[in-house]
Design a protein around this ligand. Structure first.
Ligand SMILES: [Cu+2]
Length: 149
């Protein structure tokens, strides 16, 4: 083995160690955030004990209508330990609702409701946002999910 190839092996090992370190940090992060992820179900069936919330995306906000008829804009109110089913639709162009803390993402399409169920497990305030570019004020399509205990 020449001196040059030894040098190359050292670089190779160094780079692999850096990548391994990044992988460990990444897994750590992902696994650490999984406590709040509660099995999104997206196969059309509403779980028996689920509360339906109608969600409408439009340029440029999210509106939520609850079973008692009340509505909220850019705030989603839920309670930990309860199951919810979002029925998501759009009034105009295609939007895409992302709630990172739930590992949940669902398209809002005009005339084609999409449905996703979830169960928040930890009280807190979590960001959500539209992740499909939908016009000039797309960046304003964000809000908070408030999970009460
Ligand atoms: Cu949007």
């Amino acid at each position: 083995m020449s001196a040059k190839s030894t040098h190359e092996y050292l670089w190779l090992i160094g780079v692999l160690l850096v990548l391994l370190g990044a992988a460990v940090l990444n897994f750590n992060y992902v696994l650490g955030h999984q406590a709040n992820i509660a099995q999104p179900e997206n196969n059309g069936a509403v779980p028996a004990n689920s509360t339906i919330i109608n969600v409408t995306g439009y340029q440029w906000a999210w509106s939520f209508t609850y079973q008692n008829g009340t509505t909220s804009t850019d705030y989603l109110y839920v309670t930990a330990g309860h199951n919810y089913t979002l029925q998501v639709v759009s009034k105009d162009v295609i939007h895409d609702l992302l709630i990172p803390s739930l590992g949940l993402q669902v398209y809002a399409v005009p005339g084609h409701p999409n449905q996703v169920s979830f169960e928040p497990t930890k009280a807190g305030k979590y960001i959500f946002e539209c992740v499909e570019y939908c016009g000039k004020d797309h960046y304003l399509m964000r809000g908070y999910m408030e999970v009460s205990a």
